[in-house]
Write a protein that binds this ligand. Structure first.
Ligand code: ZN
Length: 184
């Protein structure tokens, strides 16, 4: 079985997804839940990696550029940073599995300031499947870095969402035409 593939579940937390989340994409994001949970199950069953790069912030951090851009979100230890819906149950059940990693990230890209690239290279992972939110922010920036680092990129279109339809449409097109991603 191919193990050189990883699923990256990006920022699928209450603050980005739940109706009461601080920075939510709302319904389009909530609809991704079954797709994301099914993919996580499938990847685990196939012996592939499941990585959860998850934004973490300190409220009103004067050094962080997002402080000026967005309300406080994904603050460590809060409800807003817990995974949304069925993904929370999935993670609670599977977090100790060898091939499941949660990652703290502090920027849009899962690669910025993390050891994700080195971990993927050690494990000979060359293909990254991206799901989560937001399509045109954290998923986009992660995909751009993955492209620059030479990974094959697969975007699951029923597994990504954002605030606006234009943003979704633009980003899906960009993944395909500029990053050479496979859209499935
Ligand atoms: Zn953030």
């Amino acid at each position: 079985m191919a193990t050189n593939e990883a699923l990256l579940i990006i920022d699928y937390t209450n603050d980005f997804v739940a109706t009461k989340g601080a920075l939510t994409s709302g319904e389009p994001a909530q609809k991704l839940e079954p797709t994301i949970v099914n993919l996580a199950d499938q990847f685990m069953k196939d012996g592939k990696w499941v990585i959860l790069p998850t934004d973490v912030h300190t409220p009103n951090d004067p050094y962080h550029p997002e402080t000026k851009l967005f309300p406080p979100h994904n603050v460590r230890g809060t409800w807003g940073r817990e995974y949304y819906g069925g993904l929370k149950d999935w993670f609670d059940k599977n977090k100790d599995q060898d091939k499941v990693y949660m990652y703290d990230k502090t920027r849009y890209s899962a690669f910025a300031g993390t050891d994700l690239d080195i971990r993927m290279r050690e494990r000979k992972v060359d293909t990254l499947h991206l799901v989560g939110v937001c399509t045109d922010i954290c998923v986009l920036h992660t995909a751009v870095d993955a492209y620059n680092l030479g990974y094959n990129i697969v975007i699951h279109k029923d597994g990504v969402a954002t605030f606006t339809e234009e943003g979704q449409h633009w980003a899906l097109n960009h993944f395909k035409t500029c990053l050479g991603a496979k859209i499935v």
